[in-house]
Ligand binder design. Structure first.
Ligand code: SF4
Length: 230
């Protein structure tokens, strides 16, 4: 079930968002924002977990854990940020051959699998596209680790052919590309994924990894309040 935190402050199921009228979100806009977001896939607790690479390379494993087991309502503004990102990705990818686009990778770590989609792999250059409000002076660590992880998940033969790893940032008025070093991230992924898999088994969230990210974290109340309640 996907819940929306509506502009009037009410939480509604995604099918019920049209029950009220909102000044800045006419129905045609809402329709586009919620398109294709009706279902959140339920986790099968008996199956070996599969973690998207970004869950493991992100800045906080506790946040990744909450995102897997909890449900917090999402605002329409946040849906706009996601939709805008997808639109820009599609704009570039629709001109590429489909064999170069969204390359699926999977790595078996025993306790869990790590999976991911390389945005573009063209002419043996690996690209990760990021839409962002303002372009950073250097690649963000989580983006760096993401593309390096994808590189690590290739077979040795494919790795040897990769010429470079590029992170391409898109803001509303600028594009900037960073070439980043190739690095083996498999040990890092295994360590992070094992913590997350154990947390799912025991239902005990991983430790907090506090940073400025906490200010934007959807699970902040949950993360800090639960501890106070103990
Ligand atoms: S509030 Fe901070 S420490 Fe807690 S889950 Fe979110 S990012 Fe992690």
């Amino acid at each position: 079930m996907v819940k929306i935190l509506c502009p009037d402050g009410e939480e509604r199921h995604i099918d019920d968002v049209y029950d009220a009228e909102y000044e800045h979100f006419p129905p045609v806009v809402i329709k586009a924002l919620i398109a294709g977001r009706g279902k959140k896939r339920k986790r099968n607790e008996n199956k070996k977990p599969r973690f998207g690479v970004t869950r493991l390379t992100g800045p906080c494993l506790r946040r990744s854990y909450y995102d897997l087991v909890e449900e917090v309502p999402i605002t329409l503004s946040k849906l706009w940020i996601f939709s805008r990102g997808h639109a820009i990705h599609n704009f570039f990818q629709e001109h590429l051959d489909e064999t170069e686009n969204e390359i699926f990778l999977s790595q078996d770590f025993g306790l869990f699998d790590a999976i991911g989609y390389v945005d573009v792999l063209s002419d043996n250059v690996m690209y990760e596209f990021k839409t962002i409000q303002s372009i950073p002076d250097k690649p963000k660590p989580e983006h760096l680790m993401q593309i390096q992880s994808y590189y690590s998940m290739l077979s040795p033969d494919k790795q040897s052919k990769i010429k470079k790893l590029c992170i391409v940032y898109f803001s509303l008025n600028k594009i900037k590309t960073y070439i980043v070093p190739k690095l083996d991230m498999l040990n890092y992924l295994e360590a992070r994924g094992s913590i997350l898999a154990n947390s799912l088994n025991t239902s005990i969230p991983p430790s907090r990894e506090e940073s400025y990210i906490c200010n934007y974290c959807d699970f902040k109340d949950m993360c800090f309040k639960r501890d106070k309640d103990k």
